[in-house]
Structures are given as structure tokens and as C-alpha cells.
Design a protein around this ligand. Structure first.
Ligand SMILES: Cc1cc2nc3c(=O)[nH]c(=O)nc-3n(C[C@H](O)[C@H](O)[C@H](O)COP(=O)(O)OP(=O)(O)OC[C@H]3O[C@@H](n4cnc5c(N)ncnc54)[C@H](O)[C@@H]3O)c2cc1C
Ligand code: FES
Length: 281
């Protein structure tokens, strides 16, 4: 069992938790993730780590409530217990070490890029951060990004804050001005694809974290199969970070929709349970 020691709502339907998991906190490296199960019968959901504290034995996760399990999770409170936290899973990120590093985070990706941004900063590497969100209230971790990066750009789709448009608009400005040694982009698949499409002709090494549907997280079940460079890979075991220029994004997006019917049924159940809960209060 893993106790929630801290909870903070960081945006609508988005919560940052610190949870006890000393064994994971002792071993985890940037780019790795955990699989969480809320209770004995719960679905297993993969979550990135936006930080950890080896001494306190805690992990920091940022959860966006988009379906049954994530919406249930963000309703838990400090002191509540999570049944399983399995990890660290996947491989650590290996970025080329020369030149400026640009980290790009969309949604929970703003947290997921943080361990690599922090590591780059601790090595004295010039690091530029880009945070993308639909609207101002969904911009995550701006202050922390400013702490760990030499420069930060914010983009919002509706122009309510920062540059109006997408993360690629900010990236264009950076690439017009300076040469970049590596890019790490984590967020929705269309965002990672757009960044990779932009940097491929310029041959800028670009890494993306593939949020394929996962079950066991150990390379055994095949659920997270992705095609990278024409070869079959397992996002949980071979990744989750891959060379963004060689990922088959169309296949990934198709596979993400595989369980749409079941997910919709689970959301119906969630809404009914919420109604019952409110009726009792
Ligand atoms: C390596 C990795 C890291 C991730 N990190 C984070 C994070 O830090 N914060 C965060 O909020 N989300 C993260 N996700 C996504 C998160 O796992 C899904 O949002 C969650 O599993 C959805 O479950 P649900 O029951 O709430 O929603 P559902 O209704 O079950 O699913 C909603 C959508 O989420 C995706 N999804 C569903 N089940 C899984 C699954 N088992 N594995 C992966 N994707 C799934 C599908 O595309 C689906 O359409 C990560 C995913 C991966 C693979
Ligand atoms: S989740 Fe089963 S092989 Fe990756």
C-alpha cells in the first residue's frame, strides 16, 4: 500500500500527488515511469514521474482525469492509500549531450520532461523549456520550468497566455535564432508528431515518450506494441522514449482508440457512481 502524502490541484481536473514508494524513489532515473493500481480489481495505469525524493521516499506524479481510473484517482486525498505502485519501468532517457536542449511539455508532459530538464541544468547545459496548453488555466508547472531552464516559452491554443498557437510556434522562434543539440517532447501524440515533422528535415535529434496503451508494463503482454524505424517495439520495455523521427504515429493513434467502447462504458459507470454519491450527501 502507498500513502498519498501530498495533494495539490494544479489545473482543472489535474492533480499533483506525492506518494510513498521508497523502493522506486531510490532507483528511478529520468524518463522512467510507474504503473499504478488503485485497488485489487483496478485497471493498471501508467504514469510518468515529474520528480522524486530519495530521502523522503516519495514520487511526484501529475494526473489528468480523463477516464474512469484517472478521475477516480484525482478524487483521492492526502492520507488515502493506493494499492500498487510498480516501477521504475522502462528505460532512462538517453539524450545527445552536446548543444542546447529544448524540452517541450504538453498537458502532463510538462511534468514528465522535468527530470530531464533538471538533470541538464545540474550539468550546466543550456536548456530551453516550452509548455503548451489549450488555455491559460491549463498551463502546468510554469514557475518550476523557469527555475530549471534558461528560457521558457508558453503557448496557448486560444492565445489567453503567452504565444497564441502551438508549441511548434515557439520552437520555430528558437530554431530561427540558435542551433539546438536535442529536443525532448512529451504530450499528446499530435503534438509529438508535429514537433518531429518539424525537426526531421533539420536533422535535430528529437525524442518523444510514447503513451501507448499498457497492461503489464514489462514487455510480456504486447499491449503497448509500437512501430519505430519499421521495427516492432514495446513502449514499456524498449521505451517509453524513442527517436521521434522514426515513430509510426498513425498506428499509435489507431491503437490508442482500441478500447473506446469499453472506456465509454466505464465513464458511464463513473458518472452513475458520482450521482449516487452526491445523492447520499
Ligand atoms: C508511459 C506513459 C506515461 C503516462 N504518464 C501519464 C502522466 O504522467 N499523467 C497522466 O495523467 N497520464 C499519463 N499517461 C496516460 C494515462 O496512463 C492514461 O490517461 C490512463 O491510463 C487512462 O486511464 P482511464 O481509465 O482514466 O481512462 P480510459 O477511459 O481507460 O482511457 C482514456 C484514454 O487513455 C489511454 N489509455 C487507456 N488505458 C491506458 C493504459 N492502460 N495505458 C496507457 N494509456 C491508456 C487511451 O488512449 C484512452 O483512449 C501515461 C501513459 C503512458 C503510456
Ligand atoms: S504493456 Fe505489456 S508489453 Fe508493454
Amino acid at each position: 500500500m502507498h500513502r498519498i502524502v501530498h495533494k495539490r490541484v494544479v489545473a482543472p481536473d489535474t492533480v499533483m500527488f506525492h506518494i510513498e514508494a521508497p523502493w522506486v524513489a531510490r532507483k528511478v532515473q529520468p524518463g522512467q515511469f510507474v504503473i499504478v493500481r488503485l485497488d485489487d480489481k483496478g485497471e493498471r495505469i501508467p504514469l510518468s514521474l515529474s520528480g522524486w525524493d530519495e530521502i523522503e521516499g516519495t514520487l511526484r506524479i501529475i494526473v489528468q482525469g480523463i477516464g474512469f481510473t484517472t478521475k477516480t484517482l484525482i478524487r483521492l486525498n492526502e492520507g488515502d492509500m493506493i494499492r500498487d505502485v510498480v516501477g521504475p519501468l522502462g528505460r532512462r532517457t538517453h539524450l545527445p549531450q552536446d548543444g542546447t536542449l529544448v524540452v517541450i511539455g504538453g498537458g502532463y508532459g510538462a511534468g514528465a520532461v522535468m527530470p530531464n530538464a533538471r538533470e541538464a541544468k545540474s550539468k550546466g547545459r543550456r536548456t530551453i523549456g516550452i509548455i503548451g496548453a489549450r488555455t491559460r488555466e491549463l498551463v502546468l508547472l510554469e514557475d518550476e520550468m523557469r527555475e530549471v531552464c534558461d528560457e521558457v516559452y508558453i503557448t496557448t491554443n486560444d492565445g489567453s497566455y503567452g504565444i497564441e498557437g502551438f508549441v511548434t510556434h515557439a520552437l520555430t522562434k528558437i530554431l530561427e535564432r540558435e542551433s539546438v543539440g536535442a529536443i525532448l517532447a512529451i504530450g499528446p501524440v499530435p503534438m509529438m508528431k508535429a514537433v518531429s515533422d518539424m525537426t526531421k528535415p533539420k536533422q535535430i535529434p528529437t525524442f518523444v515518450s510514447l503513451n501507448a496503451i499498457m497492461v503489464d508494463g514489462t514487455g510480456m503482454c504486447g499491449a503497448c506494441r509500437v512501430t519505430v524505424g519499421g521495427q516492432t517495439k514495446f513502449a514499456c520495455y524498449d521505451g517509453p522514449d524513442f527517436d521521434g523521427h522514426t515513430v509510426n504515429y498513425d498506428e499509435l493513434m489507431l491503437r490508442q482508440k482500441m478500447y473506446k467502447t469499453q472506456e465509454a462504458q466505464a465513464m458511464d459507470l463513473f458518472c452513475r457512481l458520482e450521482e449516487q454519491l452526491h445523492a447520499k450527501v
